[in-house]
Design a protein around this ligand. Structure first.
Ligand code: 2HA
Ligand code: ZN
Length: 268
């Protein structure tokens, strides 16, 4: 298998996995991963452009970059069965206003409706971390439920999650950002999401879902999965009297023991 075929398999397996977790009903959720030049290795011909289509915002900061992206309207449960129609490989054109389709979307479709949020997030995360590669959006059930019953204040939301499982603060010491309900699928929510991604690798969209990022599919998924586990504990216990918790002192002990940099001002 070529490197690119392995990546296609990895994205497909992740989509199936997330579908089975119940997070990606119908066409919910989307995945994008940067494809480096050295990951092409003959599986596709980068000079063979299948189609060129416009995008509604300026992505010139990442002109030339290639991504594998889930298709708009596509169901996660179907990606593994037919990756070539449910996924595509795109390259940002030099003008930043068009994309070349190099592989996939074989039924004539195109990338996810959340492409602005994905690409703008890639731009911001790459400024923070040159190793960054992946953006995942999903409708993680308990995380979504939590946005109906918990304050959306980012410090309060993060601290509740940290208190729900011991390892949370070690996995996401930067915390989670939260956007209030907004119309999805447009530039505005894309810009707001990307702004939040300057501080955290996780952004919750209230009453909708979550965005997670990372150096690999495993890392981005692992962040979301850890938040979702914590949110599940919260939903289980929120209507019961809480007689124990993880204190700020204990959270500080964890941060020191594991040598992680905690979001400033969140623990005191
Ligand atoms: O349609 O999840 O936010 C996919 C989505 C839109
Ligand atoms: Zn969504």
């Amino acid at each position: 298998m070529t490197k690119l075929e392995k990546i296609i398999c990895e994205v497909s397996r992740l989509a199936s996995n997330m579908y089975r977790l119940g997070w990606d009903e119908r066409n919910g959720g989307n995945i994008s991963r940067i494809i480096d030049d050295d990951e092409i290795d003959g599986f596709i011909d980068v000079n063979d452009v299948k189609r060129t289509i416009p995008i509604a915002f300026d992505a010139s900061q990442i002109a030339g970059k290639m991504f594998i992206v889930t298709g708009t309207g596509k169901y996660f449960k179907n990606v593994e069965i037919a990756p070539q129609t449910n996924l595509g490989i795109i390259r940002i054109c030099p003008d930043g206003k068009n994309i070349d389709i190099l592989w996939g979307y074989e039924d004539g479709s195109k990338p996810t409706s959340e492409l602005p949020a994905h690409l703008m997030t890639h731009i911001e995360r790459l400024k923070k971390d040159s190793q960054h590669k992946v953006v995942i959006h999903t409708h993680a059930t308990n995380t979504l439920a939590m946005t109906y019953v918990h304050s959306l204040d980012e410090r309060e939301f993060t601290k509740t999650l940290w208190q729900m499982c011991t390892e949370c603060i070690v996995v996401f010491p930067d915390g989670v950002s939260v956007l209030p309900w907004m119309l999805c699928g447009n530039d505005e929510i894309g810009r707001k999401t990307a702004e939040k991604m300057r501080d955290t690798r996780l952004v919750v969209w209230a009453q909708h879902g979550i965005f997670g990022t990372g150096k690999s599919l495993d890392e981005a998924f692992g962040l979301i999965e850890t938040v979702e586990k914590a949110a599940e504990i919260y939903i289980k216990i929120m209507n019961m009297p809480r007689i124990n918790t993880i204190t700020d002192e204990q959270l500080k002990l964890l941060a020191n023991a594991f040598g992680v940099q905690v979001h400033e001002g969140y623990l005191d």
